[in-house]
Each structure stands twice: as C-alpha cells, then as structure tokens.
Design a protein around this ligand. Structure first.
Ligand code: ASP
Length: 439
C-alpha cells in the first residue's frame, strides 16, 4: 500500500511548517512519495517564493540587476535549512540559477525553481530520493501535458524506489526545456504521481480541513464536506470553489484513486474524501454551493425558432468566430440565451451581435450584463423530490429575482443566474434552506 502526499505552499512556508509535514509523513510508513510546493506565505503579508521568483526573473528579462531579489529567495530557503538543522548547501544550485536567469532561461524555468529547491530540502530532511520532475513529467511540443509518456517515464523511474520526493508544478518538453502547469499546479503533479505508482490514496495536505459547503467569505462558519464525488467536485471547482486545482482530478480518476484533502495544521481532522462513487448518503441533499460573478447573457429571439434546423449552430458559430466560449445555453420555444464571461465578451460584443444577425437572421437580440451564476451541486438531488422548488421558494423569500435556471440532465446540479448584486443573498438563502433549516 502506498500513499502519495502533496504538501501545499503554506504547509512548507517555514522550518516549523516543514516539521509538521515531516511528522505527518513519518507517522505513516505508507506515505512514501512526497510532492512539495514552493514555500508559500508565512503570514498574510508575506510573499510566496513563486511570486518572488517571477518578480526576480522579470528584472533579469529586462537586463536589470536582480542580485538583491535572488538573495532574498536564497535567504528564505536558508532559514528553512537552518531551522531544520540540515547540513545542506544550496550555493551551487543558486549559482546555476543565477547564470540561467542571465541567459534568459524563461519565466517557466524561473518559477519552477521554487518547487525544485524545496524538493531538494525535503528529500534531505526525510532521507528520501530526489527525483527531478523535469525528467519524468513531459509536455508535448504544443505545450500540452502528455499523460501517457509521463506515466511511462515515471513508472520506469520509480520502479524499485521505495521513497521519493518529486517536486510539484513543473515538467519539461522532450528537449529538456522546463515548463510549468498553471498556478497551483503541484496538485496536478501529486495526482500524476499517484496514478503512476498506483497509490491507494492521494493525500493533499493544505491549510484547511477540506472543502466547505459554501464560501466562508459569504457564509459564517459553513459546514465541511466529508465525501464528494469527482463529478460533483468538477462542477463546484469549475464554479470557483478553490482548495484543489481543477485539473488535479483527471490522472487519479482514471485509476479510481481517492483524494483526501487534509489540514497540515490539524492532522487529526478527517478532511474531505474525493471519490469516484459512494453509497454513503450525503448529510444534506446538496453537497455544495459555488458561484461566479461577471457574466453576460445574450438573448436571441426569433419566431418559429424551434422548427428552424441549424439555428443554434449558426448562433454559436458567431461566438466561435470571435473566439468566445460559452458557459450555458438555456433555450425556450422562440428564444435562446447564451451566457458568456463579461470580460471576454465586452470588447467583441458588437462583432458577435452582427455575426448572429448575419448567420442566423434573428428578430431581436438583447444583452444583459453584471450577472452571476450559482451552481447548487449534489448527488442527493437525484433521489429527492422538490429540490428545485425549495431553491426557488428560498430565493423568492429572499427577494432574489431568478434570471435563468439550468438543470443538468445528470440531476447533479442546478445552475441559477441572478444579478451580481444578488449573488451573496442568493447563496445565503440556499445554504439556509438546505443546511441550517433542514426539513
Ligand atoms: N508554487 C506554485 C504556485 O504558487 C504551484 C503550487 O503551489 O502548486 O502557484
């Protein structure tokens, strides 16, 4: 039995945090593959090492002096090394980094050094083997992550290795040039390693005890989620629920490996289990609520639209031609509405409108901005009648005007469109009706 454990930046921000991670790893022999992030913030006003690296490299890119900035990064690592009492010097590593910065190795390379150096420290601290992610995580020439080549490389490299540290966040092209995932990408590395070693669980250690039913900035002390399915999580993270990088579920999902989100600062908390499927009944009908502001709706009317073959395709073609992706497309008999991101759409709205007129010849087009979408997600909805009814009566009581409703055919989620200004009120009303006032 093997466990892959990934530690986020705040879990490794200082020697003190490193010790907590070390204690967690040593408490369970199965925790044999470790994926570290770069040191994060030690306090709210602190700067993440990744951001320090980007800033430092920006100077190097403009041929400006970056010595002071690089020294500040070195100091952060030295503080950790000293605090752990390790006999380890990163001097040579920093000489290479300095040279590569001068040679304009690129900001991907620069940012990746955060995880790389933290991995070296972690490996020395634990006495585990260090495996450079550049050798085992592969990107295609087009810059896409290459899952199958990576899986083969990792499996070969880790064959016979009992315990290793593989830094998160980056990999490389075939020619060795380093490339990072998007921000927060160490979560993806953890998942890739878990797949390769066929782990029985992927533990993702962070600074919260798992997912919460709703955003704590909106709901005072919301309850936690103990078990959530991959599908539910996908819906929620797409709608903005943080904690885990949204691409991190794919590698483990293929192997049916559960993810356990845990809190480095409260290691006894069970955290949240993310699973493929479960017979465990959810505590509430809904598993979670999440949402995003900043959408626009484009409402297209045309008499007899329902009998015109190809109308929807022509409308969407106008969006495609302008490089705009859509979020939702609810439709009525003579109307069709397309929800898009306002910031993406704003600059191109008139081109899209004229494109729709040209391609689909509608009677009338109306645009409304400043909308929010809220996803109410729950595997429990399938077997419970009246969920939609409860949501809408709660919203009506809270005086929230519902602009759009869209229930996925999987009955896993209901998406509601409201004005940006009603966003928080709507989430509170939905949380209250399902979690606080259970019927
Ligand atoms: N250090 C990177 C970031 O700050 C990646 C990660 O932490 O997952 O985004």
């Amino acid at each position: 039995m093997k466990k892959v454990v990934k530690f986020g930046g705040s879990s490794l921000a200082s020697a003190e945090q490193f010790k907590k991670a070390g204690d967690i790893i040593r408490a369970d022999k199965e925790r044999s593959f470790v994926v570290p992030s770069a040191p994060g913030k030690r306090n709210p006003d602190d700067t993440k090492v990744t951001d320090m690296l980007y800033a430092c490299y920006a100077l190097a890119g403009e041929d400006k002096d970056f010595k002071v900035q690089l020294q500040a990064i070195k100091d952060r690592y030295q503080e950790i090394i000293d605090g752990l009492g390790l006999d380890l010097s990163l001097d040579d590593e920093f000489k290479v980094i300095e040279k590569n910065f001068k040679d304009k190795a690129g900001d991907n390379y620069a940012a990746s050094r955060g995880e790389y150096l933290n991995g070296i420290i972690m490996a020395a601290y634990l006495g585990f083997e260090f495996v450079d992610a550049a050798q085992v995580i592969r990107f295609t020439d087009e810059g896409e992550f290459d899952p199958e080549t990576t899986n083969t490389l990792l499996r070969e490299r880790l064959n016979g290795v009992d315990a290793a540290v593989i830094p998160g966040f980056y990999g490389a092209y075939e020619n060795g040039t380093v490339k990072t995932f998007s921000r927060g990408g160490s979560d993806i590395t953890g998942s890739i390693v878990a797949r390769a070693v066929k782990a029985n669980v992927y533990e993702n250690w962070t600074d919260v005890s798992g997912f919460l039913i709703a955003d704590p900035r909106i709901i005072y002390k919301p309850e936690g989620i103990d078990t959530i399915t991959y599908k539910e999580l996908r819906e929620l993270s797409y709608m903005g629920a943080g904690v885990l990088h949204e691409d991190a579920i794919f590698p483990v999902r293929r192997e049916g490996i559960p993810i356990n989100i845990r809190n480095t600062n409260a290691p006894d908390d069970e955290g949240t289990w993310i699973v493929e499927s479960t017979c465990q009944k959810p505590k509430y009908v809904i598993t979670g609520i999440a949402g995003k502001k900043g959408f626009c709706s484009v409402n297209i009317d045309k008499d007899m639209m329902n009998s015109e073959i190809g109308f929807g395709r022509k409308v969407l073609q106008a969006f495609e031609e302008n490089g705009i992706s859509f979020e939702h497309v609810p439709s009525g008999i003579d109307t069709m509405t397309v929800f898009v991101h306002q910031d993406e759409f704003m600059h191109k709205e008139q081109q899209v409108v004229s494109g729709i007129h040209r391609l689909a010849e509608p009677d009338h087009i109306e645009i409304e901005g400043d909308l929010a979408l809220i996803a109410v997600v729950g595997r429990g909805m399938k077997s419970t009648r009246g969920t939609a009814g409860r949501i809408f009566s709660a919203l009506a009581h809270a005086n929230v005007n519902v602009k759009m409703i869209d229930q996925g055919s999987s009955e896993l989620n209901i998406i509601i469109g409201v004005a940006n200004s009603d966003f928080e009120t709507a989430i509170k009303a939905i949380y209250d009706i399902f979690v606080r006032i259970q019927i």
